[in-house]
Design a protein around this ligand. Structure first.
Ligand SMILES: [Zn+2]
Length: 307
């Protein structure tokens, strides 16, 4: 690793710990979940081996459903030194919940995880990244529930409108409540932003887009938050008949995920989001003056000069 890379703040490696049948693209009704195999042991073991190979600690955003159905998997991840964070209880999109339903869902998941691992859970990621312009109230609820950082916001306009705040900052930001936001990464071309380097986009886009995204973020000394789902390491998962675009998004390049993650881990330094949160807090790397509120983010809009 070069000296330049060693001076860089680490990037964040995150996993959304859920089963293949939780993916919204597959649209599998919750009443069927208990009858379906989780298929998590093998891909999680692959992820743990990969992280161990590069001495990297990651953040696992765990769905409460998984903690209840397969608690030993969660304790195994925790005992391997990784951060356990919260992904809600039942993988419901935030934009489909009322404020009180959201509060109950997150509180239940957080309590479930904390009882299991015996330590506080401080991080949250919304199912399908669905904290956006219409659901920013959720961030205040998270802080009230004791969460200290969130990593749900895509600073883009999403094609279907479920997620994204187009003008949101690309760098980690402390909100007025005190909650830190670690946004998902984008590839920038002039004033345009495309989601990149994480989730399905790590599989869908050619690796040159991922490499350019890392290069853009490293030049600005901001972390790329990589995210992956265990089912993205499982090319043999049961195939569902879903519309073409959903099929494309869910099944493309599943067999390439491990190699791509290995390349990223070999070439960049990663840590958990808890470590980044502690580091940013210590260095006071927040927007202490003129803290961007959601009103600000919405005012600057798409194509703004990003912080
Ligand atoms: Zn999820």
């Amino acid at each position: 690793m070069s000296t330049t890379q060693q001076r860089q703040s680490p990037h964040a490696f995150t996993v959304d710990l859920e089963a293949w049948f939780h993916a919204h693209n597959l649209n599998i009704a919750p009443h069927k979940w208990d009858q379906l195999p989780l298929r998590l042991d093998q891909p999680v073991q692959q992820l743990l081996s990969l992280l161990d190979k590069y001495h990297t600690q990651a953040t696992f955003f765990v769905l409460g459903y998984i903690a209840k159905r397969h608690p030993t998997l969660v304790t195994t991840i925790h005992q391997a030194g990784h951060e356990i964070a919260c992904h809600g209880m039942k993988h419901q999109r935030v934009d489909e919940l009322s404020e009180s339903q959201f509060r109950d869902d997150v509180a239940c998941a957080k309590n479930t995880l904390e009882s299991l691992i015996g330590e506080p859970v401080i991080g949250y990621r919304a199912p399908a990244y669905t904290i956006g312009s219409q659901t920013h109230w959720a961030l205040d609820v998270l802080y009230e529930l004791g969460l200290r950082y969130d990593s749900s916001i895509y600073p883009v306009r999403s094609p279907h409108g479920h997620y994204g705040i187009p003008g949101a900052p690309l760098s980690p930001t402390m909100l007025e409540s005190g909650l830190y936001e670690f946004p998902l990464p984008v590839w920038q071309l002039r004033n345009h932003r495309l989601p990149a380097a994480t989730g399905g986009y790590l599989r869908l886009w050619p690796m040159i887009i991922t490499r350019q995204t890392f290069s853009q973020y490293e030049k600005a000394n901001r972390p790329v938050v990589v995210n992956v789902h265990p089912w993205e390491l499982d090319p043999d998962q049961p195939r569902q008949q879903v519309p073409f675009m959903r099929r494309l998004s869910h099944y493309t390049n599943l067999s390439k995920t491990v190699t791509r993650l290995d390349q990223l881990l070999a070439n960049h330094h990663f840590s958990s989001l808890r470590d980044l949160y502690q580091q940013y807090g210590k260095e006071g790397r927040s927007f202490a003056v003129g803290a961007p509120s959601f009103a600000y983010w919405q005012r600057v809009g798409e194509g703004c000069a990003v912080p």
